[in-house]
Write a protein that binds this ligand. Structure first.
Ligand code: SAJ
Length: 431
């Protein structure tokens, strides 16, 4: 390959993964072109700014743009490596939509030349990378495409899923191990050379199909384990036992590590990706499907529990948190947002939202009468608390400031909270 200064990389999709990836590659001295369909995103990046919140991303992007290593455009240009990092949502009936990936591959086809490497990073159903290969072969009959030709192919095609955690993206992009799946072993080796430029973690090669399934498996594993915790929370409630205590105690076993129950599973990965496995193997993916259903149902259950509590009491209600998880400002597919907006639709101006990561309420609250307040005002004015997100700032409220509150704590952040004497008694299970 080239020296860092000569390498040209095009990253398609400047979202939560594409932009940090483009910036990290640009930092190695490569010349990176970020391609996005949104003119606004392209203009923002070219002015050295970012359109998404991620720790340290703004400083990194402004630096690499100022040095001329990162530029953005709505149009593709020739490059040595093409990285596709566009969304793969699902449509009706949870059918995966690979339309953006195939559109990005069509864009890449126009710029491809012999020696180029095409890497798909988007979470994708098993077989998608091969479909990208088929498409490139159709669009560029002049090139020998791997898996579809005899002899040495002209280009390499690989799948390398991102596995970074929002809030830690820039650290995990470098430190996490990477699974690199080639359409052929040679493709995997070509992609490996590229990742070694900026990844400190181990880079392990495999087939494209195994890499695709690995990514889906990681998120399905987490979803199934969160579903187990959510199911336990329902069972414990029936027995009138504190589920958090049971989990703490069970986790003292050296081979038990139960995750945390909550108001449901949010974000755009864990609540989505397992469906790709279910869709690909509906007869076999029984636990994975059930886990999705259990986690989705937990949000509706939380709404009913909160409604019953609010009806039984008077006065304003503080809903703590809207983000899909702790200490981030990302409200996409957030169960907390779903619960709080359902409560606002029903109870109107009794609902007060506390979300330190928002400066105004999202559109879901328009016309509801709900208001955004800070945690101090909530402590002063609200007798009822519904905890939806485990932000550090909520966890740090000491018992003396909340001992007299009635609390529905869906995240278990206040284990010392006295249980309200007047709560609706749980269903007792006959023994
Ligand atoms: N959650 C619980 N209980 C838990 C853990 C999480 O209810 O014990 C909830 C969170 O509150 C949140 C949701 O699950 O609503 C997802 O949060 P998360 O922290 O588990 O994961 P994400 O969506 O931020 O990122 C995941 C990560 N995958 C795994 O940990 C296997 C990340 O490494 C992936 O890169 C990312 O998905 C992705 O992009 O696929």
């Amino acid at each position: 390959m080239h020296t860092d200064d000569e390498l040209k990389v095009a990253v398609l999709g400047l979202g939560y993964i594409g932009l940090p990836t483009a910036a990290v590659i640009a930092r190695t001295g490569a010349h990176v072109l970020g391609v996005d369909v949104s003119r606004e995103v392209v203009d923002t990046v070219n002015s050295g700014k970012v359109h998404i919140e991620e720790i340290d991303l703004d400083g990194l992007v402004s630096g690499v743009v100022a040095r001329g290593n990162l530029r953005a455009s709505t149009a593709i240009e020739a490059a040595d490596v093409f990285v596709i990092a566009v969304p793969t949502p699902f449509g009706d009936d949870h059918v995966p939509n690979t339309g953006y990936v195939l559109r990005a591959a069509t864009t890449v086809a126009a710029a491809l030349k012999t020696g180029d490497v095409v890497i798909l990073e988007s979470t994708s159903p098993v077989g998608t990378t091969e479909q990208v290969g088929d498409l490139l072969a159709r669009l560029r009959p002049d090139l020998k495409v791997p898996g579809m030709c005899a002899g040495t192919p002209d280009i390499a095609i690989a799948y390398c899923p991102e596995r970074v955690l929002p809030g830690r993206i820039l650290v995990e992009l470098i430190d996490n191990d990477r699974v690199i799946g080639g359409i052929t072993p040679r493709c995997a080796r070509k992609a490996l050379q590229f990742y070694r430029r900026f990844v400190r973690g181990a880079c392990v090669t495999t087939t494209a199909r195994a890499a695709e399934m690995t990514k889906l498996t990681e998120n399905a594993f987490r979803d199934v384990n969160i579903a187990f915790a959510n199911e336990l929370s329902l069972i414990a409630e029936r027995f009138d036992i504190d589920v958090w205590e049971v989990i703490r105690l069970a986790n003292r076993h050296p081979r038990v590590n139960i995750l945390s129950p909550g108001p449901g599973v949010g974000g755009h990965c864990i609540a989505v990706d397992p469906w790709f496995l279910v869709h690909g193997a509906p007869e076999d993916a029984r636990i994975i499907r059930t886990a999705r259903e259990v986690n989705d149902a937990k949000t509706g259950y939380t709404i009913s529990r909160a409604e019953a509590l609010i009806e039984a009491h008077s006065g304003p209600v503080a809903c703590l948190g809207l983000a899909f998880k702790a200490n981030i400002d990302d409200f996409r597919e957030s169960p907390a947002l779903g619960v709080a907006s359902a409560l606002a639709a029903r109870f109107g101006d009794r609902i007060r939202i506390v979300e330190p990561y928002a400066d105004r309420l999202p559109a879901a609250f328009d016309g509801s009468g709900a208001t955004l307040i800070d945690i101090d005002t909530a402590i002063e004015t609200c007798p009822l608390f519904v905890v939806l997100v485990d932000h550090d700032v909520f966890k740090s409220v000491p018992l003396e400031e909340r001992a007299d509150k009635t609390v529905l704590d869906t995240r278990g952040i206040w284990p010392d909270q006295p249980r309200p004497a007047d709560r609706v008694p749980p269903l007792r299970v006959a023994v």
